[in-house]
Design a protein around this ligand. Structure first.
Ligand code: PLP
Length: 372
């Protein structure tokens, strides 16, 4: 039996709910498919549960980042410091806003941005710093908050992968002036389609994002600012509202699996798990690092276990972003992460037997099977 990295049955238990919603919303007299009552209920549920001032559901996590940058009026002539290791929108959202991404290196062990390197790259042009939580570890938000306030720059939190994670009592998304979530299917609160949200403690910022996501309107056909179309789907809003009651339980199962992997892998000589504990950990995917990463991946594949390499190359070395990065500079932390990181299956409906199979295979690879 294969253990896929991306399971095909993520939403199987809720299939009937989805089909009923499609019918209900599809034939409802108001024929409202975007930004209706169900989106409002979904946003308010997330907002109240988090204790945020506003949650604005939008088209994707990428689009959420773009909306935040535009709401902060970040544009031509401005710089935004972003991690050199991470997802493309960290750089592309900044470029699309007309600003320049400035790439800071990441910590080798955790693959999250190094706050001191962020601080060193702040210039008189820097408008914002935009750290991202990585696959298993949240960025050092207490230190980044200090840096943002002492240097007078804005703090945008790319929490796309970290919904449900908490660091020092503060949920991912609420550390920055604004944070974002992605609901793409494999995320911790994924759904069967594209979607995202902006999360903020700043009601005014939330109101600007709300206007920008719908063509700059608060009142229909009154376009106060140049906006875009990044609206949220009513069927998905109702589906996510329904599924939210099981989110904490699914997250707890992911955390248990991650804890188990970490305790199994900590003694291994050449597979490095994320730091132990739950404070500031996120469980969208579970990443180990190894100098023999490609061998480990092949070893697991030969045993029917899927894994994934996020990301094979640093952002400033990608063809799209290299022209925006200083020539001749290296990002050794990002390069190390790209060469060593491997994500293992961690979705909540993995059975204990499957979890044990993954753990055993990694132990066997590392020659540690006899240590058990
Ligand atoms: C760190 C980070 N930021 C932003 C995004 C973008 O989210 P989306 O895929 O919903 O556009 C992702 C997606 O994986 C991500 O990992």
């Amino acid at each position: 039996m294969e253990i896929p990295f991306f399971p095909a049955d993520l939403f199987e238990n809720d299939r009937k709910v989805m089909l009923d919603l499609i019918r209900e919303i599809g034939v409802a007299p108001e024929q409202k498919f975007i930004l209706g009552e169900r989106t409002r209920v979904f946003e308010e549920m997330l907002r109240d549960d988090l204790g945020a001032a506003d949650v604005v559901a939008c088209g994707s996590g990428t689009s959420a980042l773009g909306l935040v940058l535009r709401a902060m009026e970040i544009g031509p002539g401005d710089e935004v410091v972003v991690p050199a290791f991470g997802c493309a929108p960290l750089a592309s959202a900044v470029l699309e806003a007309g600003a320049q991404p400035v790439f800071a290196d990441v910590d080798r062990r955790t693959a999250v941005v190094d706050p001191e390197d962020v601080a060193a790259r702040i210039t008189h042009r820097t408008k914002a710093i935009m750290p991202a939580h990585m696959f298993s570890v949240m960025a050092d938000m207490p230190r980044l908050t200090e840096i943002a306030s002492s240097r007078g720059v804005r703090l945008v939190e790319d929490s796309a992968v970290a919904q449900g994670a908490v660091l020092a009592g503060t949920p991912a998304g609420l550390w920055g002036e604004a944070g974002v979530y992605s609901f793409v299917q494999v995320k911790s609160f994924g759904m069967p389609g594209e979607g995202g949200a902006v999360v903020t403690r700043d009601a005014e910022l939330g109101a600007r994002v709300r206007m920008l996501r719908n063509h700059g309107q608060r009142t229909r056909f009154v376009h106060e600012v140049v906006g875009t179309n990044s609206r949220f789907d009513e069927i998905q809003a109702a589906f996510q509202t329904y599924r939210y009651s099981g989110f904490a339980e699914r997250l707890a199962r992911r955390a248990d699996i991650a804890d188990h992997y970490t305790s199994c892998f900590t003694p291994l000589p050449d597979v490095v798990p994320p730091p132990p504990g739950r404070d500031g950990r996120c469980y969208y995917v579970y990443c180990v690092q190894s100098d023999r990463r490609d061998e480990l991946r092949a070893f697991l594949a030969a045993r029917g276990i899927g894994s994934h390499v996020y990301y094979p190359s640093p952002l400033p070395e990608q063809p799209a972003f290299a022209p925006h990065a200083p020539v001749g500079e290296g990002w050794p932390g990002a390069e190390s992460a790209c060469a060593r990181i491997l994500a293992l299956p961690v979705y909540p409906h993995l059975s204990d037997t499957e979890v044990e199979r993954v753990a055993d295979a990694v132990r066997e690879f590392s020659g540690g099977a006899h240590d058990r």
